[in-house]
Design a protein around this ligand. Structure first.
Ligand code: UDP
Ligand code: MG
Length: 313
């Protein structure tokens, strides 16, 4: 039986325009490495023609290609997890189907694994994305660095071209969480991680699956999964506001004794009340983000459902 050394895992969601060039560039660079490999493409509930195009690749390169079809859309990170659960190689390499981080950079990652690293992270050198994407990402990276444990140390958690040794992958899949963030999760288990710069290109084929809403949800996944700081900040804020209002009450009481009854300043009162109501709603929302995820984890539903795996006999 073909025993691959390297397993490439790529999540696929409506990527029909991309698949042919993904096939060509991936096989070309992997053939040139001259090490046995497999390519696991995980179809995350695509509604375009991706499924047919993917199955066709198995006919063209039966030794290398394996396709996992989900029964619906479970998200990019779950698709990668399914690929990881089914990999046969000693080293996993993941990348995005759109090849914004080019497959031609894979040999760099393999070289770092050969040097003995168990996790090879990457950061995007002069990132080619819309200005608003770069802004969201920058803000997110700054917050993430401040509030996640020191272990999760990396430049750019959104760069998806990464390499992991098999033992790291097995620990990640054993974690079994429904909402997770793979690049951060790997760092929980890393013993000897490293980080390298990789090229970044514009998406020339197909379109991004992420809109602003999905992106915000996704950023919350990362923060709630790896940090309790948002909750703790609210506790501190609550203590601060309470302390301040005690002082305020004392002040008003003294004024009452000295100046007598007053009824001016209603609008100031409203402004303060609205501000504090806003804070309370925000706090409730943050608690809700955690509670919702706890609820999801407590439901005994599968985190993804594999409809079928298409591969050579
Ligand atoms: N993807 C997925 N499921 C989804 C959304 C995206 O498997 O629900 C895949 C997509 O096919 C691609 C990768 O995840 O391989 C990154 O998605 P995309 O390029 O759309 O995101 P962006 O690069 O804009 O963050
Ligand atoms: Mg992309």
């Amino acid at each position: 039986m073909h025993k691959p050394e390297i397993s490439i895992v790529v999540p696929i969601h409506n990527e029909q325009e991309v698949i042919e060039s993904l096939y060509e560039r991936l096989t070309k660079i992997m053939d040139s490495l001259d090490r046995p490999y497999e390519i696991i493409l995980v179809n995350d509930g695509s509604t375009d023609n991706s499924a047919t195009l993917l199955n066709d690749l198995v006919k063209r390169r039966p030794k290398e290609f394996r396709i996992i079809h989900f029964s619906g859309n479970y998200g990019q990170h779950m698709a990668i997890m399914a690929g990881f659960e089914n990999m046969r190689g000693e080293v996993a390499i993941m990348l995005d189907a759109d090849m914004q981080t080019p497959p031609e950079e894979i040999p760099k990652l393999v070289a770092a694994i050969d040097e003995g690293h168990d996790v090879v992270n990457s950061f995007r050198l002069n990132r080619q994305d819309h200005i608003w994407r770069k802004f969201v990402s920058k803000a997110h990276n700054i917050i993430r660095k401040k509030i996640t444990p020191a272990r999760i140390k990396m430049e750019d958690e959104g760069s998806m071209l990464r390499a992991y040794r098999r033992n790291i992958v097995k620990q990640m899949t054993a974690t079994g969480e429904k909402s997770t963030f793979i690049t951060a999760l790997a760092m929980i288990y890393a013993v000897n991680p490293t980080e390298i710069g990789v090229k970044h290109a514009e998406r020339t084929l197909g379109t991004s699956s992420y809109n602003l809403y999905k992106l915000i949800r996704y950023n919350f996944d990362m923060l709630t999964n790896f940090s309790l700081v948002p909750l703790q900040m609210f506790t501190l804020l609550g203590i601060g506001v309470s302390a301040f209002s005690i002082l305020f009450v004392i002040y008003l009481f003294i004024r009452r004794l000295i100046v007598g009854p007053e009824a001016e300043g209603v609008f100031t009162l409203f402004a303060i009340a609205f501000f504090i109501m806003g804070l309370i709603l925000l706090g409730l929302g943050i608690i809700g983000e955690y509670v919702g995820r706890i609820y999801q984890e407590s439901q005994k539903r599968p985190r993804f459902v594999i409809q079928k795996i298409v591969e050579a006999e």
